[in-house]
Design a protein around this ligand. Structure first.
Ligand code: FES
Ligand code: FES
Length: 158
């Protein structure tokens, strides 16, 4: 192996994976450019917009702020990993049902943040939903329906 590459083993969406990564490459680079998991979006690349949100060991993180090498030994879940056997996750279904999607660019990150919110707080108030999504920016400005969708997903899970 080229000496400056770092060998990592991790799981992505429940599937074991290995990769040799550059020390400076981010988890976002690994997911999008190497694994072709392009549901996770790159926008600001500096932790400001939330478009790149994934779950790392069940916690929502900005994958643009985490080095790929830091995924070694850990479990990554991306938007591609939410549906099971072709069945959308309740949060995905609620976004569709409520028409919360406009251009769609922010939506994978929104859904992953919403997923984490509902894992940690299954019955959030509207203010708690706003707070839980405060790290995710939507340039289409469709926050109202997004918040409605998260509330509907919470209700469906009760
Ligand atoms: S692309 Fe990671 S927070 Fe914006
Ligand atoms: S739906 Fe377009 S950026 Fe949010």
């Amino acid at each position: 192996m080229t000496p400056d590459l770092v060998s990592i083993s991790f799981t992505v969406n429940g599937v074991p994976a290995t990769a040799a990564v550059q020390p400076h490459h981010t988890l976002l680079d690994l997911l999008r450019d190497r694994l072709q998991l392009t549901g996770t979006k790159e926008c600001c690349a500096e932790g400001e917009c939330g478009a790149c949100t994934v779950l790392l060991d069940g916690r929502a993180i900005c994958s643009c702020l985490v080095l790929a090498a830091e995924a070694d030994g850990h479990a990554v879940t991306t938007i591609e990993g939410l549906a099971v056997n072709g069945q959308l996750d309740a949060v995905q279904a609620a976004f569709l049902e409520k028409g919360a999607v406009q251009c769609g660019f922010c939506i994978p990150g929104m859904i992953m943040s919403a997923k984490y919110l509902l894992m940690t707080n299954p019955d959030p108030t509207p203010a708690e939903i706003q707070d839980g999504l405060s790290g995710n920016l939507c340039r289409c400005g469709g926050y109202h329906r997004i918040i409605e969708a998260v509330a509907a997903a919470a209700k469906a899970g009760r």
